[in-house]
Write a protein that binds this ligand. Structure first.
Ligand code: NAD
Length: 510
């Protein structure tokens, strides 16, 4: 399908409005933001960003809508989410294609991202009938005690460029069934994908007479995110992006005693044991390291390989890297697409210079690609370096396809190395040895939010809670009981006796 047709199917025009309260668009009066594709450097479309006044209007409308939306029975809200899932099925092809073109990930990954949105809708529909609280036994006679979970209000969602649409749905679909309203600020690097989602959901909102304000959108940059972080009308800010951004958002939200849900950078490692199935390990390592051109929070950045299989595995890696096709991500033959922009290319070049300065040995050389097919200037070669884990550049998340490899002798040392970085998102061990696997998963094993055995670091399913520790921010989204982040807990004690006994047996009479 030609990109013009894709855009028209998704309701994208040449210059779009950058603010919506739901089904209605607001005239955005901020600067114009142009979105260029890293695939071919061409302009996709432009969008008017929001002013502070536009922002205030969207938040105020979200507050108004909350008063009504929280009164809808949760399964009825779930029915709206079910229809959002249906609409996403209908638009999976053009939306997946736009995501691929605007962000630069492969077409398969673009479709996969929309599939994740559909999956979270399905999950949230079921959840809308399972928002359970616990009951407890009271220490007082004829008393009943239980807890229930109420919605919070307006949930602010700040998302990163590398998952232009899925992160919004992970947050908003759970937040909606929980009775919240949402305002989304997509990345300024991928605004058009955000507008497309708003167009898709608008049809469903209208058809179900959902109060205007339940699902808002604001297009803007860092400053717009800062308005949200500092706004006490937004009780929860869910922010996905760099650790630098998360520290700023976390501090601003904490200063007003609001809540934040932070999903930040990773520095993920795979331990390749001498007991590994090396073919599985190889496939996992390569998909993890070069998939999405190394621009996933869960990208495999480090391989910690047992000395007895080190040389053999290195050879396999080098041979596999020779097969990689770098090019247009919309072409199904390509394995590696572009980086998001020229700043990302500069960060890639800087990291390579730093690793060489530190004494890193080149195993597969990198480089910036030029010439036919690479006109956007965003295509780079995946590279591999032999390093020491403690070097500052290895400790840092460079959002590019650079893989660091290092050797170990004892598994406890490999685990210590895997943990010895500031981030704590995803981790994996490749082993067929049960003792090694269990040690890796034990309390003395991986310190990450995600720890896998014989699966790489990237590509998590929506059914589990997703997020990480340390500088990854501590947030959890998607499956398991992540929905609790979007609600407030209330403990209720009911006295149906004709006395007023006090807790802890305290006597008080007047
Ligand atoms: P980024 O931090 O540059 O921007 C992310 C978002 O935050 C954007 O919408 C941006 O406008 C906004 N923002 C930036 N500074 C802000 C501030 N001070 N206050 C409020 N908002 C602000 O990140 P990016 O380059 O778009 O994305 C890449 C990063 O995101 C990587 O570090 C990656 O690991 C991380 N990421 C993490 C997860 C996860 O689930 N842990 C998922 C995807 C991406």
């Amino acid at each position: 399908m030609k990109m013009n047709k894709v855009l028209s199917k998704l309701g994208i025009v040449q210059v779009n409005e950058g603010a919506a309260t739901g089904a209605k668009w607001i005239k955005a009066k901020g600067e114009k933001l142009e979105s260029y594709s890293p695939v071919d450097g061409k302009l996709i479309a432009a969008v008017n960003t929001v002013t502070r006044e536009n922002y205030d209007e969207v938040i105020a409308q979200a507050q108004t809508a909350f008063a009504e939306w929280r009164m809808w029975p949760a399964p009825k809200r779930g029915e709206v989410v079910r229809q959002v899932g249906e609409a996403l099925r209908k638009y999976k092809e053009p939306l997946g294609r736009l995501v691929s073109y605007e962000m630069g990930k492969s077409l398969q990954e673009g479709y996969g991202e929309v599939q994740e949105m559909i999956d979270i809708c399905d999950f949230a529909v079921g959840l809308s009938r399972q928002l359970y609280g616990l009951t407890m036994h009271s220490e007082r006679p004829q008393h009943r005690m239980y807890e229930q979970w109420h919605p919070l209000g307006v949930v602010g969602i700040i998302s990163a460029f590398n998952f232009p649409v899925a992160v919004w749905s992970w947050n908003s679909m759970l937040a909606f069934v929980c009775g919240n309203t949402c305002v989304w600020k997509p990345s300024e690097k991928t605004p058009i994908s955000g507008i497309a989602c708003q167009n898709i959901i608008a049809e469903v909102l209208k058809a179900n007479n959902v109060p205007e304000g339940v699902c808002g959108l604001i297009i803007g940059g860092r400053e717009t995110g800062e308005w949200m972080s500092n706004d006490s009308r937004v009780p929860l800010v869910s922010a996905t992006g760099s650790t630098r951004m998360g520290k700023a958002v976390g501090a601003a939200v904490a200063a007003r005693l609001g809540r934040s849900l932070l999903e930040l950078g990773g520095n993920n490692a795979i331990i390749v044991s001498e007991s590994a199935d090396l073919n599985i390990a190889l496939r996992a390592a390569i998909f993890g390291a070069v998939g999405t051109a190394g621009q996933r929070c869960t990208t495999t950045r480090r391989l910690i390989i047992h000395e007895n299989v080190y040389e053999q595995f290195k050879k396999k890696l080098v041979a596999a890297y020779k097969q990689l096709v770098i090019g247009d991500p919309l072409d199904e033959q390509s394995h590696v697409g572009p980086l998001i922009d020229q700043d990302a290319v500069a960060a890639y070049a800087h990291a390579i210079a730093e690793v060489k300065k530190a004494g890193g040995k080149t195993i597969v050389a990198g480089g910036i690609l030029t010439g036919e097919g690479y006109e956007s200037g965003c295509y780079v070669k995946p590279a591999i370096f032999e390093v020491q884990n403690e070097w500052p550049i290895v400790q840092h998340e460079t959002f590019a396809p650079i893989l660091y490899i290092t050797k170990y002798t004892a598994l406890t040392d490999a685990i210590a190395m895997q943990n010895n970085v500031p981030q704590g998102l995803s981790s994996a061990i490749m082993t067929l040895n049960m003792r090694e696997a269990e040690l890796f998963l034990s309390a003395t094993g991986s310190d990450c939010g995600i720890a896998n055995v014989n699966i790489g670091t990237s590509g998590a399913e929506i059914g589990g809670a997703f997020g990480g520790e340390k500088e990854t921010g501590g947030g959890r989204e998607r499956g398991s009981d992540s929905w609790k982040a979007y609600r407030r807990r209330q403990t209720n004690t009911i006295n149906y006796s004709d006395q007023l006994p006090l807790a802890q047996g305290i006597k008080f009479s007047v």
